[in-house]
Design a binder for this molecule. Structure first.
Ligand code: GLC
Length: 420
């Protein structure tokens, strides 16, 4: 055989070899804001690099709905989804269904991430998932409106926020009836757990259940925090706020109909987008503090884990390593303002240019308050649902803050009685 013919044959064999080992991996991604598109883009880059195929499974927006769906898939030991996007509060609930990534992902890659997130993703020594992006609640405000109404800085306390929101709302409503002072996540779901934990922690009222597993919610500061939030509903916030999750709140703020919004960092990139009515007029600060308290941001964020029932675990792990690696986290930070979990990326000039608040609020991201998913383990979802239901009752004026935290404390004790 001539040399050139031999080369061609070898290349063809190599191509065939690659063909034979190429697999299809399915990843379940969220779809809040730009989540789905960015997931598809990243997955496509991996597919191109490896010759494998990726299918992206679109998950519901609400984290509660996602959890329900995933629990069904996992309980049925379904191999349909190889890689799952997991909320930071889920590892304790779902650990048994995921491959231990310890040893499968090089230690240097694991250790490049914030320690607290790796700790949250580790259950009884098992690394359930790799961090993909982190989240913390922040306050968005309209820089143009603050100026217009004579304010030189965003509010430092909830009382200041209420006063500023009222003044701006009263002024703007003269020409825009739909204008709201403050929008947040008031619907009864996991997002309300996040918002309400911020109010309570910033009043010095603790974090529902402490690290040792003790129920701490029944205290006057927690009650006062809930009463203060209830006083916003129908005054500085529309009554409908008790039905809002992240996206409705963002929609109102981004269309120019709110002075302040509590949301996660993803709302920044969208708010600065070409089709945003408030582009160039958005400020981001830490959330306000309660009386005598400190600002508090709830720790959120998402991880990627490989299902034990996946038939393509090696390729799935490779996809997880690729998507959670620094190059992909950088792209997602710049295009979608998703906070990296890799500490060194907070020094990256391009990332800081696209998201100046990643630098100015670094302490907010590194000191965020965890929901009690660690101490309550596989009971976390019940705890969170009991909590958000109690908060929702207060927001809907069915109960006072004091009565709600007392009743909640008794409910939590019953859940704890079944073991956590
Ligand atoms: C964000 C957070 C997540 C949280 C959810 C609540 O997606 O990253 O941790 O559970 O919001 O809606």
């Amino acid at each position: 055989m001539k040399k050139s013919a031999m080369l061609i044959a070898l290349t063809a064999a190599a191509a065939l070899g690659q063909q034979a080992s190429a697999v299809t991996v399915t990843i379940a991604c969220g779809s809040v804001g730009q989540e789905l598109q960015l997931c598809k883009d990243g997955a496509a880059r991996w597919a191109k690099k490896t010759g494998n195929t990726v299918k992206v499974f679109e998950s519901p927006n609400l984290t509660n709905d996602r959890l329900g769906l995933y629990q069904q898939q996992l309980a049925a030991k379904s191999s349909d989804i190889d890689v799952y996007q997991l909320d930071v509060v889920w590892p304790g609930l779902l650990a048994q269904h995921f491959v231990d990534l310890k040893g499968k992902v090089p230690a240097a890659e694991v250790n490049a991430n914030f320690k607290a997130i790796i700790a949250a993703d580790t259950v009884n020594g098992k690394l359930v998932a790799m961090p993909w992006f982190t989240d913390a609640g922040v306050l968005y405000y309209r820089t143009d409106l603050l100026k217009k109404y004579g304010y030189s800085a965003p509010p430092k306390t909830w009382a200041e926020l209420a006063a500023m929101a009222k003044k701006i709302q009263d002024g703007e409503q003269k020409t825009n009836k739909a204008f709201a002072g403050y929008v947040f996540q008031g619907k009864n779901y996991e997002g309300l757990t996040c918002d309400a934990l911020e109010w309570i922690a910033s009043f010095g009222g603790g974090s529902i259940v402490d690290d040792s597993g003790k129920i701490t919610i029944n205290n006057p500061k927690a009650a006062a925090a809930l009463n203060s939030a209830a006083s916003w509903v129908g005054t500085i916030s529309p009554k409908g706020v008790t039905t809002y999750d992240e996206e409705p709140a963002r929609g109102i703020f981004q269309s120019g109909n709110a002075a302040f919004m509590r949301n996660w960092p993803y709302a920044w990139a969208l708010g600065q987008g070409e089709d945003s009515k408030v582009k160039g007029n958005i400020g981001v600060s830490a959330l306000p503090a309660g009386p005598g308290g400190q600002p508090a941001a709830t720790l959120g964020g998402w991880q990627l884990g490989v299902s034990m029932y996946s038939k393509n675990q090696d390729a799935a792990i490779d996809l997880v390593r690729y998507l959670t690696g620094p190059a992909e986290q950088k792209i997602r930070a710049i295009e979608g303002s998703y906070n990296p979990t890799i500490a060194s990326l907070y020094q990256d000039k391009d990332i800081l240019k696209a998201n100046p608040f990643f630098g100015s609020l670094l302490n907010v991201f590194t000191n965020a308050v965890a929901r009690p998913s660690g101490p309550t383990k596989d009971k976390y979802n019940q705890v969170s649902q009991a909590f958000s239901t109690a908060v929702s009752d207060v927001l809907n004026k069915k109960m006072s803050g004091g009565a709600a935290v007392a009743q909640l404390s008794a409910n939590l004790a019953r859940i704890k009685g079944r073991g956590w």
